[in-house]
Write a protein that binds this ligand. Structure first.
Ligand SMILES: [Zn+2]
Length: 143
């Protein structure tokens, strides 16, 4: 029986969510829909080069679940490249991990999702002052 899937933790939301083969009208294209957590699995395993155990921990899921998500993601991307499909990154069952910041002016603490303000200064929601990362964004608990 299908159970409602667990919520997977992701540290990345893509800015580009649609990839389209050049020179083919959209109406003639098939589409592979990649869930946000499937892209995160590819990112952690194939870009960051982490072991599956570590990937699973980062996403707060079991290793078999991670393996299943990764396999599905690789198959969709491979199929898109081989068959010339569009890829759309959309939906899934996930939440964006939060990071802790502290304001340099008022010393207040606040949380911002991963990726927010990428490459820009983060400003305090209370006083507008400049803020920096406060310690580690999350604790690694043993499962
Ligand atoms: Zn402040």
């Amino acid at each position: 029986m299908a159970r409602p899937p667990k919520i997977r933790r992701v540290e990345f939301l893509p800015e580009t969510t649609v990839f389209k083969p050049a020179g083919v009208p959209v109406r003639d294209l098939q589409e592979q829909v990649l869930a946000v957590e499937e892209l995160e699995a590819l990112r952690l395993k194939d870009l960051e080069g982490l072991e599956q155990e570590e990937c699973a921990k980062r996403m707060h899921i079991s290793r078999p679940t991670f393996q299943r998500i990764l396999t599905s993601a690789r198959e969709k991307v491979a199929r898109a490249l081989v068959e010339g499909n569009m890829i759309r990154v959309e939906g899934g069952h996930y939440r964006v991990a939060m990071r802790q910041f502290q304001c340099e002016a008022c010393r207040g603490h606040f949380e911002v999702p991963y990726g927010a303000g990428r490459g820009r200064d983060i400003n305090c929601p209370h006083c507008g002052g400049r803020a920096h990362r406060a310690g580690r964004g999350h604790r690694h608990g043993r499962q």
